[in-house]
Design a protein around this ligand. Structure first.
Ligand code: AMP
Ligand code: GLY
Length: 425
C-alpha cells in the first residue's frame, strides 16, 4: 500500500515510523514533511497543509491508497471532505465532526446537552456582555477563544483586571483572529491533567494508553503556553477506576452524542482531561492525534497501525483490541530558545546519527529542514522530540534525558523537569 501523510511535525514523524513498521505499507509520502520524515518517506515540502487542490492532485499523481490527515487546521477546514469527494480513501474526521475541536462553544454545548462532565461555562459573542458577566464571576476564570489558535487561545485569569484584559485581547484586539469572535468563559478546574487518545469509527471507541503533556515553556510550569514541551506515557494517575468512569461517562457518550447530532466521528479523538476532586472532567477535545502525545503513545502500540486505521474507516473497530507494551516512554522536546514567542532558525543539527540502530530511542523531527548544502538544520520552534522507552517511567525518563545530550544545535532549549510528576506517583 501507498500512504500519504499530511503534516510535518513530530506527530507526523511518529505516525510515519508506525506506518513504516506496518506489514502492509510499502511506500510513504508526506506533505510537507520535514528532514526527519524524509529519511523514511518521500516528502513534498513545496505543498502546504491548507493547499487542498495541490494535495488532491499530489495524492492522485502518486496513486495513494490512503491519505492520513493529521493536523487540526486542514481537518477543521474540511480537507477530508475534499479528498473523499475526489474519490480518495481518507483517515480523519469530516468537517462536520472536526468541529469538536474547531469550536469550543460547540463542544461545550455538546457536553452540556449530553451530560458529559466538564467545567461550567458561559459563551459570548458580544464583548460588552462578557465584561458585564465578569463583574460577578468567581476568579480565577478561564477565557478561551472559540476557534483554533495553535493551543494558545486559553487565558487563565486570576483577577477581574486580568479577565477584562483577556476579553479585550481575545474579542476586541483579536489576538487569535476570528477564533476570538466567540468567547467561552469557564470555571477554573484543579487537579492532574491526562491526555487520552482514542480511535473512533463512528460508533465504537477504542482508547490508547494514557499520556501527560507539559504545555508551558519553562520548568515548573512557568512561561507561556506552547504546543507541548514534553510528554510521558502512561500516566500513573490514570487508574483503572478512572478509566472505567471515563469509558462510561465520557468516551462512549461523546461518540454517541456526535452520531446523534448527525456528525459521525471517524478518526482520533484526543480527550484532554482534568482529574478533579469531583472526578474526571473534559478540559478540551481535539479531533486528531496530539503532539507530542503521539510520540510516546504510538511507539508503545503493538497493533499494526494500518489495521486500526482501516477499521476506523470501515466501521469495524469493534473487532479490534488495542494492545500496548507494558513499558513506558518519555519525550523531551528540544526547542529553539525563545519558542513560542520568537526564535531563530537555520542552525545545523549535529549528532542525529547516534540514534541509528537503537531500538529504545527515537529522534522525532518536529521542525527540521535541509539547507542548500543538504545539511539538516533547525526549521521551527519545536525542533526535535527525543523519545526513549524503558521498563519504568523513571528509566524511560533518564534515557530520554541522556539522549537529549546526543544532539546539538545553536540555541537548543529544553525543559529539565519533564516527567517530574512521576516522582509523586
Ligand atoms: P486547552 O487548549 O483547552 O486544553 O487549554 C490549555 C490548557 O489550559 C490546558 O491544558 C489546561 O492546563 C488549562 N485549562 C484549560 N481549561 C481549564 C480549566 N477550565 N481549568 C483549569 N485549567 C484549564
Ligand atoms: N499536546 C497537545 C496537543 O496536541 O494539542
Amino acid at each position: 500500500m501507498k500512504v500519504l501523510i499530511i503534516g510535518g511535525g513530530g506527530r507526523e514523524h511518529a505516525i510515519a515510523v508506525s506506518m513504516k513498521k506496518s506489514r502492509r505499507v510499502d511506500q510513504i509520502y508526506c506533505v510537507p514533511g520535514n528532514a526527519g520524515i524524509a529519511q523514511i518517506a518521500e516528502c513534498e515540502p513545496s505543498i502546504g497543509v491548507m493547499e487542498f487542490d495541490k494535495i488532491t492532485a499530489y495524492a492522485k499523481e502518486k496513486e495513494v491508497d490512503l491519505v492520513f490527515v493529521a493536523p487540526d487546521d486542514p481537518l477543521a477546514a474540511g480537507l477530508v471532505d475534499v479528498l473523499e469527494a475526489a474519490g480518495l480513501r481518507v483517515f480523519g474526521p469530516r468537517k462536520n465532526a472536526a468541529i469538536l475541536e474547531g469550536s469550543k462553544a460547540f463542544s461545550k454545548d455538546l457536553m452540556k446537552k449530553y451530560g458529559i462532565p466538564t467545567a461550567a461555562y458561559e459563551k459570548f459573542d458580544d464583548p460588552e456582555k462578557a465584561l458585564a458577566w465578569l463583574e460577578s464571576a468567581e476568579m480565577p476564570v478561564v477565557l478561551k477563544a472559540d476557534g483554533l489558535a495553535l493551543g494558545k487561545g486559553v487565558l487563565i485569569c486570576n483577577t477581574l483586571e486580568e479577565a477584562r484584559a483577556g476579553v479585550k485581547e481575545i474579542m476586541q484586539d483579536k489576538h487569535f483572529g476570528s477564533a476570538g469572535d466567540v468567547l467561552v468563559a469557564e470555571e477554573f478546574l484543579t487537579g492532574r491533567e491526562v491526555s487520552v487518545l482514542a480511535f473512533v469509527d463512528g460508533r465504537t471507541v477504542r482508547t490508547m494508553t494514557s499520556a501527560q503533556d507539559h504545555k508551558r515553556a519553562r520548568d515548573g510550569d512557568q512561561g507561556p503556553n506552547t504546543g507541548g514541551m514534553g510528554c510521558f506515557s502512561p500516566s500513573p494517575f490514570y487508574t483503572p477506576e478512572i478509566d472505567a468512569f471515563c469509558q462510561k461517562n465520557i468516551y462512549q457518550p461523546t461518540v454517541d452524542a456526535m452520531a446523534a447530532e448527525g456528525r459521525e466521528f471517524k478518526g482520533v479523538i484526543f480527550f484532554g482531561l482534568m482529574l478533579t476532586p469531583e472526578g474526571p472532567k473534559v478540559l478540551e477535545y481535539n479531533a486528531r492525534f496530539g503532539d507530542p502525545e503521539t510520540q510516546v503513545v504510538l511507539c508503545r502500540m503493538q497493533n499494526d497501525l494500518m489495521d486500526v486505521v482501516d477499521a476506523c474507516i470501515d466501521g469495524t473497530l469493534d473487532s479490534i483490541e488495542l494492545k500496548f507494551e507494558d513499558d513506558a516512554a518519555v519525550c523531551v522536546v528540544l526547542a529553539s530558545d525563545g519558542y513560542p514567542v520568537s526564535y531563530k532558525k537555520g542552525f545545523r543539527i549535529t549528532g542525529l546519527e547516534r540514534f541509528e540502530g537503537k531500538d529504545d530511542y527515537y529522534c522525532f523531527h518536529a521542525g527540521s529542514k535541509f539547507d542548500d548544502a543538504g545539511q539538516i538544520v533547525t526549521g521551527g520552534g519545536r525542533v526535535l522530540g527525543v523519545t526513549a522507552r524503558g521498563g519504568t517511567l523513571k528509566e524511560a525518563r533518564s534515557k530520554a534525558y541522556e539522549a537529549a545530550e546526543w544532539v546539538d544545535f545553536e540555541n537548543k532549549y529544553m525543559r529539565h523537569d519533564i516527567g517530574k510528576a512521576i516522582d509523586e506517583a
